[in-house]
Design a protein around this ligand. Structure first.
Ligand SMILES: Cc1cc2nc3c(=O)[nH]c(=O)nc-3n(C[C@H](O)[C@H](O)[C@H](O)COP(=O)(O)O)c2cc1C
Length: 232
């Protein structure tokens, strides 16, 4: 498969966890881009994330047993449907439209420790927690493994695989800062939801895409979300 920038790309096998920090839109757009790049996405959603989605997007997230289509509908409605107007997402310069189909989505419950992502023997290309609550950050820093999200994060650290945490909180207290240092020392990438303004965002969609682009770059997932600095 060849991407829009001419590089070859192997579809990725990625764990995506959505936790209860503000920033539901980041998760929706990220999921869209991952699937657009034909990734296999192993999805885990915390119960607090469901509350945040209800508050920020007025939607009820698909249950664990819901078909993947339910997520596709949510993505479509948020990025291109009627409720998308306030966010102003740019249409994706879709890889899928060229020579590849859509990726695969599998959702697991937060207590499903028999799922593949609970074990290091299941190979992945990395894990993203977006957005990442301070609670989940703290549990990862403490090695708690008390739900599937924390266990999968622990697995990625011990297996020395990429783990990208996208925290959203302000201001940050000392304990939160120390937890970030701790996970960083253990090998995680802390990628705060702090969009830059130097590309003159035209709307909320551009701010979201700034962060989603940086996440994808870290896992070498192709995208056409933002202009690269230094290029026309
Ligand atoms: C609407 C809403 C917004 C929230 N925003 C944040 C936030 O931005 N950052 C954060 O760390 N926690 C936030 N919280 C609190 C977390 O959801 C809460 O600490 C929860 O225990 C996190 O659980 P989880 O890590 O299992 O998702 C928010 C909660 C709600 C309901």
């Amino acid at each position: 498969m060849t991407t829009t920038d001419g590089h070859s790309h192997q579809p990725r096998n990625v764990v995506l966890a959505i936790t209860g920090a503000s920033g539901a839109l980041y998760a929706v757009r990220l999921l869209q881009v991952l699937l657009d790049a034909r990734s296999s996405v192993h999805l885990v959603v915390s119960s607090a994330a469901r509350q945040v989605f209800a508050q920020e997007l007025d939607v009820e997230l698909p249950s664990v047993s819901a078909p993947a289509d339910a997520w596709q509908n949510l993505i479509h409605e948020t990025t291109a449907g009627k409720s998308s107007q306030q966010w102003q997402f740019r249409p994706l310069n879709s890889l899928a439209a060229q020579d590849c189909g859509s990726g695969k989505l599998i959702q697991y419950g937060t207590a499903d420790y028999s799922s593949p992502v609970a074990s290091g023997s299941s190979l992945t290309d990395g894990m993203i927690i977006c957005p990442c609550s301070m609670g989940t950050l703290s549990s990862i820093a403490g090695g708690n493994s008390s739900n599937l999200i924390q266990r999968a994060a622990d697995v990625h650290l011990k297996e020395r695989r990429p783990l990208i945490l996208v925290p959203r909180e302000t201001p940050l207290g000392l304990i939160q800062l120390e937890n970030m240092v701790r996970v960083c020392r253990a090998g995680a990438t802390v990628l705060p939801a702090m969009p830059g303004l130097y590309q003159k965002p035209a709307g909320i969609g551009d701010l979201v895409d700034f962060i989603v682009a940086r996440i994808c770059d870290h896992l070498r997932i192709p995208h056409s979300l933002t202009r690269r600095w230094g290029t026309d």
